[in-house]
Design a protein around this ligand. Structure first.
Ligand SMILES: *[C@@H]1O[C@H](CO)[C@@H](O)[C@H](O)[C@H]1NC(C)=O
Ligand SMILES: *[C@@H]1O[C@H](CO)[C@@H](O)[C@H](O)[C@H]1NC(C)=O
Ligand SMILES: *[C@@H]1O[C@H](CO)[C@@H](O)[C@H](O)[C@H]1NC(C)=O
Length: 651
């Protein structure tokens, strides 16, 4: 009240003193503030509370845009920029791996050998050279060597086998494929179904011995790539012969929301935006980062590797995530930052307490999917000062980060200046994922606490807002929604259901559509259904995800019709193990006599999904669960159900 009176007095005084517009202006401002305080006090509270957060993020965002503009002006590509980083500190460790230390110079030298070999093999600008290579320092060196020739590298998921592997190679239209020797059996299994013109190169993780002699191919269809590296002098350094900053660099596969894996296009611009985005939102200059995530996904392969290639940070790589080694590894490598996905944190938290819990020097952890339930326990037990939780769709343009450590939030949208960074949550039909439109036909913003689908507005001139989509144009178009807030505008629709709170913090709810998450991977129900139908004599089968208490994501469940009792579960389990990566194999089976169909002859999922894996709800159907050790489906009765819920049976 005092404030109001004082302000009114000030306004009157100003008008009384009025010598000109300045005083009028002051009066208007004061009246405006009064109006806001009187009628929008809640908004004022939110604005005051969130202004520091928004300003800090705005400052980082300006830095990110500034660095991407600089790259764009000079048309740099990643190997070009890396050369500058190498020149700044050639001998600094770039990658740490097992007991190997790779300096920046060594990584570049390796990539120059790759360039020389592939050039001699006839690879040229615009060609596609797939990589099926496990985590190691050579993996980024390989694709940089390829990028220097202006060729594009699809990073193939190393879990893929059978059909999915063939599909990944074909959908990207690979001209050549470099695979680690450990995947030779997987390649041999499918080689007959690959194009005969596809050149195959086998890579081995071994130190190069340049006095080795050239091995004679002996008419073998597979060439020893490492031997070629040993026997070919490195290419002299040159700028990349590529399409500049906007040119395509990598394809990274996502299972998107339907069907087999899709190859999402990663340009140099997008690579830089994603890597610098994390850097300026959560990291400091001189970090050593620990990354146990696979390098064929954006998280490991762009976000973490990008810190080394663009920001000159040391990154420790791990061949395969191990919960018990997570912090001991961080100690070994003196890591100050560590990368996670939510599931990993859960497994690390489940390890028995050890001195390593607090002996490490990790200051910040960064990644996505750290759930509110374990966030506080994790940072407390492992003494983590800061968490950078972020969210970004590989193929999309909707990236957000939680910059102030608010537990559980995956980012925020400014309540004061929502249009600076045009992302939004719009109302959708929860069943179909379709936007709900108003009378004019435009989309509607979801209110605070109202779930909706997360979208990112598309602006083709801004690297932060571009949408490059997939290699497959039709699939790309499916992820675009038009006439969002104005007629003629467009946005990338993520398919993820988020909720915003009053302060604009965003929380993850669920995914729409035909995909669910299990063990940090997207499982495409259509892909699993088609595999099952193939192996089970085209029986009706429907795949969906069910919630398991105390477990992140959804466990795959397959409802399958077996009228005459001839379904062979042992054979089904072995067939699926051969064709599907472990995370995609159904954890539960529900064997049924008949099934309800929709009008379009789709099996009705939602009712089955509601029953979950509870034998009491399954009525006359028989339930099974997958025992991974035995690789077989075992009967699931009331007793097993209880033991799964209590965690005695691990899935
Ligand atoms: C490198 O290869 C040469 C010739 O094959 C061999 O004599 C030498 O021992 C090898 N060096 C190492 C370090 O393996
Ligand atoms: C970690 O730090 C210690 C002491 O500061 C140092 O002796 C050691 O060489 C470092 N290890 C690595 C891998 O950088
Ligand atoms: C899962 O799907 C989302 C949305 O399509 C995508 O952004 C993300 O990269 C995918 N994750 C994996 C592991 O494929």
């Amino acid at each position: 009240m005092v404030l109001v009176l004082a302000a009114v007095a000030a306004a009157c005084a100003a008008v009384w003193l009025s010598q000109g517009f300045l005083c009028m202006f002051v009066a208007f401002v004061v009246l405006g503030v009064l109006y806001l305080l009187a009628f929008h006090s809640r908004w004022c509270y939110v604005a005051l509370k969130t202004a520091p957060r928004d300003l800090r993020a705005l400052f980082s965002y300006v830095k990110i845009l500034w660095i991407t503009k600089k790259f764009a002006r000079n048309e740099v590509t990643i190997p070009d920029w890396f050369h500058e980083v190498v020149n700044r500190h050639p001998d600094k460790p770039c990658f740490l791996f097992q007991d190997e230390v790779w300096s920046f110079k060594e990584v570049e030298d390796y990539s120059l050998r790759v360039t020389a070999v592939l050039k001699a093999q006839g690879i040229k600008k615009g060609d596609i050279v797939g990589l099926l290579v496990n985590n190691c320092p050579q993996q980024p060196a390989l694709w940089m060597g390829i990028a220097r020739l202006g060729a594009i590298t699809p990073l193939i998921n190393t879990n893929q086998r059978g059909n999915a592997l063939i599909h990944s190679i074909n959908v990207a239209k690979c001209d050549a494929l470099i695979f680690s020797d450990e995947y030779q059996p997987a390649i041999q299994d499918v080689v007959k179904e690959l194009s005969p013109s596809l050149k195959l190169y086998k890579f081995s993780h071994r130190p190069l011995n340049t006095s080795n002699a050239k091995s004679e191919g002996g008419g073998d269809a597979i060439t020893d790539f490492t031997n070629l590296l040993e026997t070919t002098p490195p290419a002299p350094w040159t700028l990349a012969n590529a399409d500049g900053f906007q040119g395509k660099l990598l394809y990274i596969y996502t299972s998107g929301t339907t069907g087999l894996p899709k190859a999402a296009v990663i340009s140099n611009a997008r690579f830089v935006f994603m890597a610098t985005g994390l850097h300026y939102m959560g990291l400091e200059g001189q970090e050593v980062l620990y990354c146990p995530l696979p390098l064929y996904h954006t998280a490991g392969g762009v976000i973490s590797v990008g810190q080394a290639l663009i920001m000159g940070v040391t990154v420790a790589l791990k061949a395969k995530f191990s919960a018990s080694q997570y912090f001991p590894d961080c100690i070994k490598y003196n890591a100050t930052g560590a990368h996670y996905i939510g599931e990993m944190c859960r497994y690390v938290l489940a390890t028995p307490p050890s001195p390593a819990d607090t002996q490490h020097r990790v200051r910040v952890i960064y990644g996505n999917g750290l759930r509110p339930q374990i966030w506080k326990d994790f940072v407390k037990r492992f003494n983590i000062k800061s968490v950078s939780e972020f969210y970004g769709a590989t193929e999309g343009n909707a990236n957000i980060a939680n910059t102030d450590g608010t537990p559980g939030a995956i980012g925020f949208v400014s309540r004061i200046f929502p249009s600076v960074y045009p992302i939004a949550i719009i109302k959708v039909n929860q069943e179909t994922g379709e936007p709900v439109r108003n009378a004019m036909g435009l989309c509607q913003l979801a209110q605070p606490d109202e779930p909706g689908v997360f979208i990112g507005k598309i602006q083709s001139h801004n690297p932060a807002r571009q949408y490059l989509g997939y290699v497959d144009k039709d699939a790309s178009e499916k992820k675009v929604v038009r006439d969002v807030f104005q007629f003629g505008d467009a946005a990338f629709i993520s398919g993820d259901i988020l909720v915003a709170d009053e302060l604009g913090y965003l929380f993850f709810r669920d995914r729409t559509g035909d995909t669910f998450r299990w063990r940090g991977e997207n499982v495409s129900t259509t892909e699993v259904e088609s595999a099952i139908s193939r192996f089970a004599d085209h029986r009706d089968a429907v795949v969906y995800g069910v919630l398991v208490p105390n477990t992140e994501g959804r466990a795959g469940m397959c409802g399958i019709v077996d009228v005459d009792g001839t379904l062979d579960l042992v054979k089904l389990a072995t067939d699926l193990a051969r064709d599907l990566p472990v995370y995609a194999r159904p954890v539960f089976l529900r064997v049924m006599d008949s099934v309800d169909m929709t009008g379009t002859f789709k099996m009705k999922k939602t009712d089955l999904q509601k029953d979950g894996f509870d034998p009491k709800l399954a009525k006359n159907d028989k339930l099974y669960y997958l025992d991974l050790k035995q690789g077989r489906y075992l009967p699931l009765g009331v007793e097993e159900y209880e033991r799964i819920i209590s965690g005695q049976i691990r899935l």
